[in-house]
Design a protein around this ligand. Structure first.
Ligand SMILES: NC(=O)C1=CN([C@@H]2O[C@H](COP(=O)(O)OP(=O)(O)OC[C@H]3O[C@@H](n4cnc5c(N)ncnc54)[C@H](O)[C@@H]3O)[C@@H](O)[C@H]2O)C=CC1
Ligand SMILES: NCCCC(=O)O
Ligand code: NA
Length: 505
């Protein structure tokens, strides 16, 4: 498929169904990480804009055209959004590649997931109508109880840059399906496609205020959203330190949060794998796709000693074969990192690993054929000790560290030797062993004989310091619903008889 030439749109903030200049009129540059050039700009919201957007969202909830909709009516909007995204697929994928640096075919497949996700939550919105009011059986006949599932209210959605429009969709689609009014704050490092979602919402006639999009910096636009007293919930994906700040600020208002905060996930490879090449490819994909910038990356390879030399030899052959290029080039499999900051951070992780005594078996530097852009070679690090930073901390770049093991017990201990708990993978022919590892892994996601495939129907999220709450599937809808108990006294002719009636004194 030909990659289209496109015009870069220039947008304002999307508030109350229209484009509005930020109160302070500031803008931020949009940078293409493959060229290091500024290719456009985005509006920079501040607390004043947050307040305007929150008011618009609250008004939307009070108006019939959004606040009184059925799930079936909201499903129509979600399907219309999906159709428009699909119509603009090549253009949105190109914008995402220019803004984020991920290979174009990965970006296009993310856009397919965006479409599927909006359609999926349209189905769940429809299904919600029949589950809106459910009876709870009581042990007494004099009372009747129902449970209502109603929209939680105004929700703040704060998203990262690694899957710009997809991470936006993981939050926006269920929030709208549930009937909430939302304020989205995408990452300042890749906001272009999330702003285009605003244009799509305008075109499909989504009622004003149902979705508001505020681009801008974390401390200027994200932080006031979290602290706003009229925002009922925050859903966040991003770094651990920002997650801690958000949880701390939200705690002051007893505001619920869901947090998806990265990881340092293991992939355990046994000597009884089905096929060497297949196992090697899953290992590489598990760490290097999305340019290594994925929260669930299985970036710690825990390898059975008996196959280590043979496995690593083959892994290096495959690694050398990965095409690193401008992500708009056909067949690119590894593009640049998102920003200069991220590039420097990843190089620092590699140099610290070297200083701490690890061996850079492959990569570790900028590829020689690319002298511009935030590119780093796929990197494989051995002679790793569990006290090293590279073993413990999330790199968020194409860096795989390797440790060998002898016994199953040792492999489990190494796999769980992390403060994080998002994903974990095992490659082995022995399905009983896979079952034992599934139970033993301290994680929210387990992959057996693969790593990373992610579908919209199952739940996604972690434990330990990877955060809490679940996105995707029906679990995500629950994040945006209030469960209301309604109890009715039906024996209205019967006195309650707790106090003495004055008439009988
Ligand atoms: N779990 C994940 O999927 C991701 C993890 N990361 C990790 O985070 C590191 C730093 O990347 P950043 O983009 O700086 O992540 P970040 O966590 O700072 O940013 C994520 C989002 O939070 C917003 N934000 C930042 N400070 C905030 C605050 N005080 N209140 C409210 N919102 C705030 C940002 O504007 C952005 O929209 C990466 O090196 C990587 O290790 C980054 C992106 C995604
Ligand atoms: N495959 C989507 C992973 C999203 C994330 O990094 O949270
Ligand atoms: Na960018």
């Amino acid at each position: 498929m030909a990659i289209p030439n496109i015009r870069i749109p220039s947008r304002q903030l999307f508030i109350d169904g229209e484009w509005r200049e930020p109160v302070k009129k500031n803008r931020l540059p949009a940078i293409n990480p493959a060229t290091e050039e500024i290719f456009g700009d985005i509006p920079a919201a501040t607390a004043e804009d947050v307040d305007i957007a929150v008011k618009a969202a609250r008004r939307a909830l009070g108006r019939d055209d959004w606040g009184s909709t059925t799930g079936a009516q909201r499903a129509k909007y979600l399907r219309a959004i999906a159709a428009k995204v699909l119509e603009r697929r090549p253009e949105l994928a190109t914008l995402e590649t220019i803004d984020n640096g991920k290979p174009w075919f990965e970006a296009a497949s993310d856009i397919d997931d965006v479409v599927a996700c909006f359609e999926y939550y349209a189905d769940l919105a429809e299904a919600l109508d029949s589950k809106k009011k459910t009876e709870v059986k009581l042990h007494l006949d004099s009372f009747k109880t129902h449970v209502f599932r109603e929209p939680l209210g105004v929700v703040g959605l704060i998203t990262p840059w690694n899957y710009p429009l997809l991470m936006t969709t993981w939050k926006v689609a269920p929030a709208l399906a549930a009937g909430c009014a939302a304020i989205l704050k995408p990452s300042e490092l890749a906001s272009i496609t999330s702003l285009e979602l605003g244009e799509i919402c305008r075109e499909v006639g989504l009622p004003p205020g149902a979705l508001n999009i505020l681009t801008g910096l974390g401390h200027e636009a994200g932080s006031p959203l979290v602290s706003h007293p009229d925002v009922d919930k925050i859903a966040f994906t991003g770094s651990g330190p920002t997650g801690v700040k958000i949880m701390t600020a939200a705690a002051q208002l007893v505001k619920p949060v869901t947090l998806e905060l990265g990881g340092k996930s293991p992939i355990v490879v046994f000597d009884d794998i089905h096929d060497l090449d297949i196992a090697v490819e899953w290992t590489l994909f598990g760490c290097f796709w999305t340019n290594g910038q994925i929260c669930s990356a299985t970036s710690r390879l825990i390898l059975q000693e008996t196959i280590a030399p043979q496995f690593l030899d083959r892994l290096l052959e495959w690694t050398k074969n990965i095409k690193i290029s401008d992500p708009l080039e056909e067949d690119c499999k590894l593009g640049p990192l998102i920003s200069r900051g991220q590039y420097e951070k990843v190089l620092k992780f590699i140099s610290t690993a070297k200083n701490e005594g690890a061996t850079i078996l492959y990569g570790g530097d900028r590829p020689q054929h690319l002298n511009k852009g935030y590119y780093i070679q796929p990197t494989v690090i051995t002679d790793v000790d569990t006290s090293m930073e590279i073993w413990k901390e999330e790199v968020f770049g194409p860096v795989l560290c390797v440790k060998t093991f002898k016994t199953e017990e040792e492999a489990i201990a190494l796999a769980n030797d992390t403060k994080y708990g998002l994903g974990a993978a095992i490659l082995s022919k022995d399905l009983e062993r896979c079952e034992r590892f599934t139970k033993a892994f301290q994680s929210g996601i387990v992959w057996i004989n693969c790593s990373q495939p992610c579908f919209w129907q199952p739940p996604w999220g972690g434990k330990k310091r990877s955060g809490f709450g679940r996105e995707l599937g029906e679990w995500s809808l629950e994040n945006y619903l209030n469960i209301k108990q309604v109890t009715q006294y039906v024996s209205t002719d019967e006195p309650w008889a707790f106090y003495k009636s004055p008439s009988k004194l």
